[in-house]
Design a protein around this ligand. Structure first.
Ligand SMILES: [Zn+2]
Length: 234
C-alpha cells in the first residue's frame, strides 16, 4: 500500500475505493462465518471429520492437522499434502466449519488432479513472495533518486515486482473459486450437508472468495497509482 505520495489525485481515490470494498468484503466474511458457525450441521460432524471423510472418499493421500493461529489460518499445504484447519474449523460442528474444511479438501483434490492454476500458483509463490516483500524498498530508492532515467529504471523494476505480486493474486482467484465449487459438489454428493444447508455453505464460501477479489482490486488500483507516480517523475 502506498499513501501520501504526490498528493490527492484520481488514482489515490481509486485506491481508497478499492480499500473500502476490501473492508466491506472482510466484514462480510466475518458476518457470514459468525452467522453459520452458530448453525450446527445436521449430521453433527466436525470440520476435521468432514475433511477426513472427503479425503478417504476421494482416495487422497492427505493428512488433516490443527493449524495455529486465527480464523484465516485454514489452508492446504501442497508440499506436505496437509489440510490445516484452525481450531474453530477443526472442532466446529457448524455449517461454516464444514464448508471451510471442505474448501481446503477442494485444494487437495485440485492438487491430486493436477489442476494447472494451482500448480502454477505453487511454483510462482516463492518469486511472488520475494517480490511483494522487496518492491517497496526499491520504490523508495527510486524516490530518493528523484528524477531522470536512473529513477525511471528503478521505478520500473519496483513496479514489475509489484506486478508479480498482483499476478499471484490474480492466479489465486480461479484457484479459490474452483476449490469452493468442488467443496459444494463434494458436500452435496457425499451427503455431508442436506439440501437446505447448501445455501448457508454457499454464502460462507462466496463471501470468503470475495476477500480475494477485493485484494486483487486493491492490487490493480495500487498498480495504476504507482504507474502514475512514475509518470509524474519522468
Ligand atoms: Zn482456498
Amino acid at each position: 500500500m502506498l499513501y501520501g505520495f504526490g498528493g490527492f489525485d484520481k488514482y489515490y481515490l481509486l485506491v481508497l475505493i478499492a480499500f473500502a470494498i476490501s473492508m466491506w468484503a472482510s466484514h462480510n466474511v466475518q458476518k457470514s462465518f459468525i452467522k453459520y458457525s452458530k448453525v450446527p450441521n445436521d449430521r453433527g460432524i466436525s470440520g476435521a471429520e468432514a475433511a477426513r471423510i472427503l479425503i478417504q472418499r476421494n482416495n487422497l493421500n492427505v493428512s488433516v492437522d490443527r493449524a495455529q493461529g486465527g480464523m484465516l489460518g485454514d489452508h492446504y499445504d501442497p508440499r506436505t499434502r496437509t489440510v490445516r484447519l484452525s481450531p474453530d474449523v477443526y472442532d466446529g460442528r457448524s455449517v461454516a466449519a464444514l464448508s471451510v474444511a471442505s474448501h481446503e479438501v477442494g485444494h487437495a483434490i485440485q492438487h491430486a488432479h493436477g489442476y494447472k492454476p494451482l500448480e502454477f500458483r505453487t511454483a510462482f509463490f516463492p518469486i511472488a513472495s520475494f517480490a511483494s516483500q522487496t518492491w517497496t524498498f526499491i520504490f523508495l530508492l527510486g524516490l530518493l533518486f528523484g528524477r531522470g532515467s536512473g529513477a525511471y529504471t528503478i521505478f520500473t523494476i519496483a513496479i514489475m515486482m509489484f506486478a508479480a505480486g498482483l499476478l499471484f493474486q490474480l492466479i489465486t482467484l480461479p484457484v479459490e473459486f474452483d476449490a469452493s465449487r468442488r467443496a459444494l459438489a463434494q458436500m452435496g454428493d457425499q451427503g455431508l450437508l442436506g439440501t437446505h444447508e447448501i445455501g448457508g455453505a454457499r454464502a460462507v464460501l462466496k463471501s470468503a472468495a470475495m476477500t480475494y477479489v477485493a485484494a486483487a482490486l486493491m492490487g490493480i488500483a495500487n498498480l495504476l497509482r504507482l504507474l502514475a507516480i512514475r509518470g509524474r517523475r519522468d
